[in-house]
Ligand binder design. Sequence first.
Ligand code: ZN
Length: 192
Amino acid sequence: MPADWVLALKPAILIIDMLKEFVYGRLKSPAALEIVPVIKTLVAKARERGIPVVYLADRHYAFDREIRIWGLHASHDSEESSLIDDLKPERGDIVLYKRSYSGFRDTGLSGLLRDLGVDTVILTGIHTHICVLHTAIDAFYERFNIIIVKDAVAAFSREDHDYALQYMERVLGAVLKEHREVLSILDQFSTN
Ligand code: ZN
């Protein structure tokens, strides 16, 4: 049974960069495939409980700053920039496109979440130490509570994954939870 403070929250679930490029492509994370079914379960539960589902997706142009570091990836005109078939948005879900690490940067996410009455973001997706971390940092500055689903985020290596989780917990005050715990929390929310 979750603590009362959890039930006072107004959460949204964010799915970060579950694109073909990062799950099957050049910048794939070895653990990406393992988190797909976990995220699928969380998204289904969120929809069932009327909790907003927001996809954040890299969609780059060749002149984007980040391309200097990683090379061209998730190019706007490529198949690799599409969301994977297993995590396709459904009616009522929201998709925002981004040109840098953070899901908040130049996407309108902050205003959108406030319009929805959201005060807490539940983060899932890839990579733990890059786009998940940067989205968490901006969530902190934008005054959102942060929950990271530990087994629904993945990175290139265990070290990258672990240090980012620890950083988000210690420095950003993020709450780290396993997906089963988050499922039972979401179950407590009324559907209206
Ligand atoms: Zn990128």
